[in-house]
Design a protein around this ligand. Sequence first.
Ligand code: KIV
Ligand code: ZN
Length: 501
Amino acid sequence: MERRIKIFDTTLRDGEQAPGCSMNLNEKIEVAKQLELLGVDIIEAGFAISSPGDFKSVEAIAKELKSCTAASLARAVEKDIDAAYNALKHAVSPRIHVFLATSPIHMQYKLKMTPEQVLEKAVFAVKYAKKFCSDIEFSAEDAMRSEPEFLAKVVEAVIEAGATTVNLPDTVGYCAPQEIFDRVTYIRNNVTNIDKADISMHCHNDLGMAVANSFAGVMAGATQVECTVNGLGERAGNAALEEIVMAIKTRRNLVNAYTNINTQQINKTSKLVYSIIGHTPALTKPIVGPNAFAHESGIHQHGVLAERSTYEIMCPEELGIPQKKLILGKHSGKHALVDRLRELGYTLTDEEFEDFYKRFKELCDRKKVVSDSDIEALVNFKERTESKYSLEFFDVHTTKSSKSTCVIRLKRDNEIFEEVSLGDGPINAAYNAIDKITGNVCDEMSSYSIQSVSDGNDALGEVTVRLRSGDTTITGKGLSTDIIESSILAYINGINKLLGF
Ligand code: KIV
Ligand code: ZN
């Protein structure tokens, strides 16, 4: 019989803790809602004890989810488990995820504990967590570099103590698929109570094998995969959700298994997460990269036209990537827009639609033809923070031979602030003027990038800036056909986020 593989998404925990991937509360809630639409089984919303901000977001997401299980990570200690439960207690389906390392290297150098102490602590933590809720996951951190006999002993003991899922992470992305297959098989053959728990895979991508390793685990009998949207995560990231889901779907015959993911939502989910962290996929990124379904060579084009399956193993339509191109512009009515949005996977509330429509019309005044990429950029581009400052007016002067000048007018709580500043170029001048108004909120701008959303010299330009204030680094974004305006909007968006942290 076909097995159902549970998809455990850790974008908001393992993904979000990676450098350059932090999200504010509104962004996390938006991602969590989209993950629920996508059909993931479990959302790891954060690590409740790690900071008050993380606690708040686990709590808010736990309250928001309608059917999906909400999980929080916890070390194998009482205070972590207490925090995890307190953050999760309003969830329709809470899960406490306890972890403790079991490899010789981690036990000796990080934990400074003997294997016996680790075994005892793991059992204690699972029993303690079980008092709060029935759904308990235990992760044997660095499981794949652990001694198989000891790992089997820990897994058996935690299941006996009440764990309902046992996770076997390849924490450092060290293993090859055959080793993962053998390790899962070993655990299945040497843990007497293994039928009482799901076996989960959690593979990192340091050697580029996270998806292949997760797949090997599923082939060997694992029934849960932990992954992140777009493969975000520590170092080289985690197994990419969209890749492992499509591997299971496309090679269903090999794994004799399926997931509950609505693959039509994959494109939209990926775009949302890229848009929030201010990145775009690599050209050759599987499933969601710009070239994933592009055929340049004549032989391939001819083959695909004659019979798609000659060179395509998946259809873009099953990922929610529409193929029919529709030209929209100034004269397009609301119905055509709503239809197009629906085809692109977006259902907006009336209020969201009105806000989108206003921005769509503004864009039509600047650009004759509005493409799907423009529409997606407009929808994904939202102010996900309380807007403290907003742009009222700017005027820049720039020449080759002297410094640029910029006059900026910002509004905050109905009060207008105006400043003028010089700079090395128009953007620097504008940012200096904004700093004068907002009071040097930003300690450092660690990156600035500009990306054209679609083709043509009237394309929308999306600017992403990464700003740091103390220990907090955020991403600010601006979108306009005028790149000076998008640069200014990105900086203001970043300042607003820093002020709201
Ligand atoms: O990579 C890892 O081992 C983890 C655990 C905490 C599950 O992220
Ligand atoms: Zn991890």
